[in-house]
Design a protein around this ligand. Structure first.
Ligand SMILES: Cc1cc2nc3c(=O)[nH]c(=O)nc-3n(C[C@H](O)[C@H](O)[C@H](O)COP(=O)(O)OP(=O)(O)OC[C@H]3O[C@@H](n4cnc5c(N)ncnc54)[C@H](O)[C@@H]3O)c2cc1C
Length: 492
């Protein structure tokens, strides 16, 4: 994999296409000036860059459909984009493609508290949903750390997770229905306001499809009643092994915390330098942040049991935050952990792998050894409860060769995750970044089955081509098995 930055190649006549977009969406909704297009040349995976040929900003489902129909008519590939915070290059434009940005679709369309449903447009920001219903005692559970900026449409496409997904599940568990524009421009509705609909679970197929099956334009979300009581515990350990063992012991004891996060010494010091929570002991090898919620009696019992398990595993101190202000202070550092890395290093590369919880101590030792072998520092911040690791590899993109080296290190970490029975993605998706590692996890037959689904929904391959699946051009011969039956994947 190499970073890309290519000039727009005028490989087609854009004039009639631009005229069609302007007629359908209005001039203000079409961006074509090179300097304005710069904003859209990458997502959160900033090492990959490609300016799109044109950006369109529809406001309604019908306008999205019109834009997609124009792409279909002129055979132009298109890429959907929400807020552009994705970390795997899912919203990376292709050369000579159209970027369909949903940022102007920002309305909360309806709130039905009695049935615990909210219908939103895809550009609505994740935490606006909770803000809209919290006054009535409800909230929306999936809470990526980027929740103050990422869009619900992007969350759906990535099947995003977050701190509270250990107990409450990821985005797919909170999406009931979708209005979609399919890759040829048809508008369809799948799922619905009721929890069970007959037939294939097409909502399940679409959630996590990373923009390769169409564009979601309306989302029916499930909201939950806010818990009566919440406690957050901070436990600090002198070894990563002890913190890892505590995570396993808590789950084995039958307690499912709302969230259970771990930060290693490197990460917690970076966070303290930047956010100054003054809560995280700087000499700890690792800290655990554990949130429990529910009825007051249940929370009190779990809190005491968890504190005892931490102490049995050698925790030096267990602090309990019971009031909202203290809780926020404990979480503030964790939520800012990625950003804090920016103070330590000009660039960082975030990996996202999953391992069985019981393998945490072994895998963390191996990651450290891999970092030393490749010559890069790795900070570890992760959703420990569900084994979702986020190793952050620090590097300098201006030094020739460093990007390729950290990508190789990231790849070795993904292979390690697969070796211990885990996965190459927990929540950030595959996008452009990890497509070459799909064959590490899936057989040619598995990949072919997924390609059948993609081809059925996206027969011309115009919706977000080259993402998720390895192609010979992007991944060399290793990708052959994945593309043999579906040459259109390689076409763009
Ligand atoms: C600091 C930071 C912290 C993060 N923390 C987390 C975390 O805790 N958990 C987590 O899961 N992720 C996290 N992320 C990753 C990212 O925020 C999520 O993947 C988020 O869901 C992306 O939303 P977005 O609106 O930015 O989507 P984009 O980046 O714009 O797009 C992401 C993908 O969705 C597709 N897409 C966007 N909109 C639509 C649509 N309407 N229809 C169909 N496809 C669409 C795009 O084509 C692309 O493939 C973090 C990112 C950052 C920068």
């Amino acid at each position: 994999m190499v970073a890309q930055r290519t000039a727009i190649a005028p490989t087609r006549d854009w004039q009639p296409i631009l005229a069609a977009f302007e007629a359908a969406l209005g001039k203000d909704a079409v961006i074509r000036r090179k300097e304005e297009l710069l904003v859209y040349e990458c997502d959160g995976l900033t090492s990959y860059r490609q300016r799109p040929a044109v950006v369109v900003l529809p406001r309604t489902t019908e306008a999205v459909a019109a834009a997609v129909q124009i792409c279909d008519r002129y055979n132009v590939p298109f890429v959907a984009r929400g807020a552009g915070t994705g970390l795997s290059g899912g919203a990376l434009p292709l050369e000579d493609s159209v970027l369909i940005v949903t940022a102007a679709m920002r309305d909360i369309l309806s709130i039905d508290l009695d049935n615990q449903r909210v219908v939103v447009q895809p550009g609505v920001i994740n935490n606006w949903v909770t803000q809209a219903v919290s006054g009535a005692g409800f909230y929306y559970a999936p809470d990526p750390s980027s929740q103050s900026v990422c869009s619900v449409g992007g969350n759906v496409a990535e099947n995003s997770g977050g701190v509270h997904c250990l107990k409450y599940g990821v985005t797919t568990n909170h999406v009931l229905g979708l209005k979609l524009v399919l890759p040829e421009g048809d508008i369809v509705e799948i799922g619905g306001p009721v929890p069970e609909t007959p037939g294939y679970d097409l909502t399940g197929v679409f959630v996590g499809s990373e923009g390769t099956l169409g564009i979601v334009t309306e989302i029916t979300l499930r909201i939950l009643k806010a818990p009566e009581s919440i406690n957050v515990l901070l436990a600090d350990f002198t070894s990563v092994e002890a913190a890892g063992a505590t995570v396993s012991d808590i789950i084995s004891a039958g307690i499912i915390p709302a969230g259970m996060e771990m930060m290693d010494n490197f990460s917690l010091n970076a966070v303290e330098d930047v956010v100054q929570t003054d809560c995280y002991p700087r000499d700890a090898a690792a800290i655990l942040l554990i949130e429990i919620d529910g009825l007051p009696a249940e929370v009190a019992a779990s809190r005491d049991r968890i504190a005892a398990l931490c102490q049995q595993n050698g925790a030096r101190q267990v602090t309990v935050a019971a009031d909202p202000e203290e809780r926020l202070r404990l979480w503030k550092g964790r939520k800012a952990a990625f950003a804090a890395m920016g103070k330590l290093s000009p660039d960082y590369y975030v990996q996202d792998g999953v391992i069985p919880r019981t393998q945490l101590p072994y895998v963390l030792r191996e990651i450290e050894a891999l970092g030393q072998r490749h010559g890069y520092r790795v900070a570890n911040v992760f959703h420990a409860g569900d084994g979702n690791l986020h190793p952050l590899i620090l590097y300098n993109n201006r030094v020739p060769g460093q990007l390729e080296a950290v990508e190789a290190l990231g790849g070795d970490i993904l292979k390690l995750c697969v070796k211990v029975g885990g996965s190459i993605s927990g929540e950030h998706g595959i996008g452009a970044d990890k497509r070459c590692y799909m064959p590490e996890m899936f057989s040619p037959a598995d990949l072919e089955t997924m390609q059948w689904v993609r081809s059925a929904w996206n027969p011309k391959g115009l919706a977000n081509p080259t993402k998720i699946f390895p192609t010979p051009r992007t991944c060399g011969e290793a990708a052959q098995a994945a593309t043999v039956a579906f040459p259109q994947v390689e076409r763009f």
